[in-house]
Design a protein around this ligand. Sequence first.
Ligand code: CP3
Length: 339
Amino acid sequence: MKTLLRVLDGEAVWPPPIWLMRQAGRYLPEYRALRQQAGDFITLCTTPALAAEITLQPVRRFGMDAAILFSDILMLPWALGYGLSFREGEGPVLPRLQPGDLSRLDPDRLLPAIAPIIETVRRVAAALDPALALIGFAGGPFTVACYMVEGGGSKDHPRIRALAYEDPAVLAALIDRLTEATVVYLAAQIEAGAEAVMLFDSWAGLLSPRQFQAHVALPARRIVAALKQRFPQTPVIGFPRLAGTLLGIYAESSGVDAVGMDTAVDPRVAARLVARTTALQGNLDPMALVAGGPVLEGETRSILEAMRGRPHIFNLGHGIVPATPPEHVAALVRLVRDA
Ligand code: CP3
């Protein structure tokens, strides 16, 4: 079995497999070249030849243990007919959710709209080195809801945090719709060749414990249960970023096969919060990867040591930043392989 899948099956493999969140992207000159060719980010995500090539760029250059589909978590609302654009230097821009918008999310549009993304999965699955695993992904419904309610990225997320207290039924209805769509979306990725799928819930840490249970852990559980029914062998990785001490509750109640640790998590504490049978993934600070040298070496070794004997997938604690020198990524892969 492929190393990454063995770990997701609960085996402690030494040295651990490695891949990096946002391993394809702007820090790579070959990405920037194709990005310029496509002009626009959504075109890049919906042109299978380009998206498949970008998915393969980092594994070809660095030899990670897995490729992750090149797309974006916001392609799901886009596929449901919700507006989306990516403005240079501004990040994603979406309409700000208005009363009545829920009925405009059209599940009938979903499958035809995601067809090019699913075709990308098929192409990567056919082209990928058979020793490497292909990871599909979606956003956690709460995080996708954050971008819809705020109308894009936000520092403080005032609107969704107010909504969670003032009109929890509206938030729950939105998350319900996104949860159902996410199951369809991830199932299509698995059918096309994704061997594991990951839920990126980047803003899970905004919520109180009760809200976290309702809007993060429960939707994850519904997604995991629906996928396991159809694809019992396909592992699911959950990443409830900044969940802190709620990591254990998330692991237990969602039923994911692996939990992603963000940069702020002490891996030794995560190892106590999460059952041994659940793999842990993470959690090098992306800024340590920018720094490189002895900093990178020290941080990497400390994570490896803390996780030794546990099923562990080496990764970052959040996505690679554009300032990352590609040589540092090569050095990190070597460090982990030679551990
Ligand atoms: O990991 C990978 O290589 C796969 C591709 C991937 C992208 N986004 C490509 C991307 C994945 C898994 C994501 C996830 C994603 N997207 C998340 C969850 C993880 C996280 O970082 O918290 C979130 C919150 C988004 C939403 C999003 N997409 C934002 C906020 C932005 C703008 C900020 C930025 O980094 O530019 C994007 C755009 C985006 N998604 C880019 C890439 C490579 C940059 C687009 C460009 O080329 O200009």
